[in-house]
Design a protein around this ligand. Structure first.
Ligand SMILES: *[C@@H]1O[C@H](CO)[C@@H](O)[C@H](O)[C@H]1NC(C)=O
Length: 94
């Protein structure tokens, strides 16, 4: 039971379905969804592109680094080492 909840949570985290990518397909200008949770898991193999965004915390949104992946955007913990390694070689955009 709790294992199931955990795996669902991880899936949601890794996909960050709350996002519609800025290169996105559709969706008029409704207010931009935000990261309400971040992952510490090293997802660097999934990250594409050379830019990332930083999100300030503003409840319920949390402080996050937002990467692009093949399947959408990924909310990552700014304090995670892999995130810092990646962002040091990437360009920040807003
Ligand atoms: C981050 O970079 C350092 C220095 O290159 C490396 O030793 C370390 O393994 C990297 N950590 C992660 C989690 O990628």
């Amino acid at each position: 039971m709790s294992v199931k909840i955990l795996s669902v949570t991880l899936l949601l985290l890794s996909m960050c379905v709350c996002f519609s990518s800025s290169a996105g397909i559709r969706g008029p200008t409704k207010k931009r969804p935000c990261c309400v949770d971040v992952t510490n898991l090293d997802m660097s193999p999934e990250v594409v592109g050379e830019t990332y965004r930083e999100q300030a915390s503003s409840y319920p949104c949390v402080n996050a680094i937002i990467f692009n992946t093949e399947y959408g955007q990924l909310c990552a913990n700014p304090d995670a080492q892999w995130v810092q390694n990646l962002t040091s070689t990437m360009k920040k955009v807003q």
